[in-house]
Design a protein around this ligand. Structure first.
Ligand code: ATP
Length: 211
């Protein structure tokens, strides 16, 4: 893959980030480095489409994300799903991004668990008209490939540049068995979450989740 032309690709990483943790950040950095992506936009959802209501408000989750990404220029906190309100469907987010960045090939980054359920996502076929899919292998999850999606899987990363959307690439990332659920649970049990979350937001988390 020709590194000099990869500013063509724009990484998109949506999540609840309730809260953001090192598992999100380290893996997304691995993706960024593997494809020499100039930028990955991280988008906290407003109302998640596929899970229960988050503990923190969207603005609080966005505040933490923004604070944690301050020193990391390639990773950008993007609040468009919060500004849009309503249920945060990724298809709408990608359509909006495509309008703002018409020349870019959007690359939607998902964890292995999210990929396993991808065919349950709202208008998932339309998502693949708007973006490529980058799947991060996640610890503890079998790398099951959905049969309907299998034909789109490629190991040729140049396909991400040659066509605008619709290919699926699996990426090896640092396997960190950390989840937001576990972080919330640890805070509830008054255990330290040091080294599991960005240090700069650690005390905010104690306050926000304990309060
Ligand atoms: P929760 O435990 O509350 O379900 P989570 O830790 O899975 O949260 P989300 O914000 O729901 O975090 O995840 C956003 C995206 O990040 C998803 O695509 C998910 O698969 C991915 N992800 C989360 N944690 C990791 C991790 N440790 N390694 C790789 N990917 C991860």
């Amino acid at each position: 893959m020709d590194i000099s032309v990869t500013d063509k690709l724009l990484g998109v990483f949506g999540g609840t980030f309730d809260p953001l943790h090192i598992g999100h950040l380290r893996t997304v950095l691995d993706v960024q480095q593997a494809l020499a992506l100039q930028q990955i936009r991280m988008l906290p959802n407003y109302i998640p489409a596929h899970r229960q209501k988050p503990v923190l408000e969207a603005q609080q989750r966005y505040f933490l994300l923004q604070k944690a990404l301050k020193e990391t220029p390639g990773l950008v906190a993007d609040d468009r799903e919060i500004r849009r309100q309503g249920i945060s469907y990724m298809v709408d987010t990608l359509a909006d991004l495509k309008q703002q960045f018409p020349q870019k090939h959007l690359c939607l980054i998902v964890g292995g668990d999210a990929y396993r359920d991808f065919c349950k996502w709202h208008q998932w076929q339309d998502i693949l008209q708007l973006a490529h899919l980058l799947v991060m292998k996640r610890a503890g999850l079998a790398n099951q490939q959905n049969k309907e999606l299998q034909q789109r899987v490629t190991t040729d990363k140049n396909r991400l540049l040659s066509v605008a959307a619709g290919n699926i690439v699996f990426l090896d990332v640092c396997q960190l068995e950390i989840s937001s659920t576990r972080i919330r649970e640890m805070i509830r049990q008054k255990q330290s979450v040091q080294f599991l979350v960005p240090e700069i937001i650690r005390s905010d988390l104690q306050t926000l989740y304990e309060g």
